[in-house]
Design a protein around this ligand. Structure first.
Ligand code: FES
Ligand SMILES: [Fe+2]
Length: 357
């Protein structure tokens, strides 16, 4: 499936419905948009002290690239491939504290920075060891206490996250809250979940309680090269001076909803940050991980950020119904509201580009 999205939203048609159900599209996006993305990797606490190692998977269930975060004895953080350069065994299987990395298959040893150190029974092997016998290093970036990484990034981190980096102070004094974090399994294509996230158009129809605390009339969407920002205004707003937005935008902000292509959402509320990571599992199955960071617990029950679980269930129910709808033979593609659907239009243009690669 290849398709075009007219750059002029007034003339454009949304993607053909096949995009949301075809196995072929799903596989291609997995190998392009997802493989080439930046991802939230871990909290800084996972590698708090020298010697700490933290194995993880780059988009579990989707790309599944085995990676490893370490902090070496000189207090430097590294993100490296977790695949042994001998026969491809996983080098580190459990988080913990180590002096070096040792592959349990045939005993190859690496430093905590991934550099090759020792291999038994390899005397006489020509040109060994070489650079390719060390574990591959992987790009990572730190923003406050959040670590991000990329295997083959389509753009630099600073460019990808620029809008949030410019407007929100780094999330440093935030506390991870496991009790408010959880995974949702959505019976729909990942891109339908993103489509729904990117417009506030449905708020009055689908989210009655949320609609009470935000002002639908002033809800705004800004577009960026790698994402969008939706700003909701309302009575329970951020303290003055916290956000570094232009003065005409900063007053009375109740929530900032950032989305970064393809699958990261950073939702800032006066109480803190809710990270949503959208993980495609199959063409019609998606896992959405909610990761919660509290900055000001006294504001947890304020306004737009108060009922995230209810809003999520309302979204899931509608998105799952859309999944059944796009599989219909009687529907193909629809048009956009020029006022309320600039976010989905922007996303669909990125999707069309990724599918034509
Ligand atoms: S696969 Fe790691 S030492 Fe053989
Ligand atoms: Fe919604």
């Amino acid at each position: 499936v290849t398709f075009e999205i007219h750059p002029d939203i007034a003339k454009a048609e949304a993607p053909p419905s096949e995009v949301y159900s075809s196995q072929d599209c799903f596989e291609r996006l997995r190998k392009t948009a997802f493989r080439n993305s930046w991802q939230f990797a871990a909290d800084l606490d996972q590698v708090k002290v020298p010697g700490q190692v933290y194995p993880f998977s780059f988009i579990e269930g989707c790309v599944d690239e085995p990676l490893l975060l370490t902090r070496d004895t000189s207090d430097q953080i590294h993100c490296i491939s977790n695949v042994c350069t001998h026969r491809g065994a996983l080098v580190c299987e459990h988080a913990g504290n180590e002096r070096y990395l040792r592959c349990r298959y045939h005993g190859r040893r690496f430093g905590l920075n991934g550099s090759f150190e020792h291999m038994p029974e390899f005397e006489g092997v020509e040109g060994f060891p070489s650079e390719s016998d060390s574990l591959r290093s992987v790009q990572f970036e730190q923003w406050g206490r959040l670590l991000f990484c990329a295997v083959e990034p389509a753009c630099p981190f600073s460019e990808w996250m620029e809008p949030a980096l410019a407007a929100v102070p780094p999330p440093t004094e935030y506390v991870y809250d496991a009790s408010r974090s959880r995974d949702y399994l959505v019976k729909a294509n990942w891109a339908l979940y993103v489509d729904n996230y990117l417009e506030g158009f449905h708020i009055p129809f689908v989210h009655a309680a949320l609609n009470e605390v935000i002002d639908y009339g002033t809800y705004r969407t800004d577009l960026f090269p790698w994402g969008t920002l939706q700003t909701a205004y309302g009575s329970d707003s951020f303290d003055d001076g916290f956000l570094q937005l232009p003065p005409d935008q900063a007053q009375g902000v109740a929530a900032l909803y950032y989305w970064f292509f393809p699958n990261l959402m950073l939702n800032f509320y006066p109480w803190g940050l809710s990270i949503n990571v959208v993980k495609p599992l199959a063409a019609d199955r998606t896992k959405v991980s909610f990761i919660c960071y509290v900055r000001d617990p006294s504001r947890l029950s304020d306004g737009a950020g108060a009922q995230l679980d209810r809003v999520e269930r309302e979204d899931e129910s509608v998105v799952e119904a859309v999944q059944r709808g796009v599989q219909s033979g009687l529907y193909n593609r629809g048009r956009y509201s020029t006022k309320r659907e600039t976010g989905p239009h922007h996303f669909h243009r990125m999707l069309a580009r990724a599918l034509s690669e």
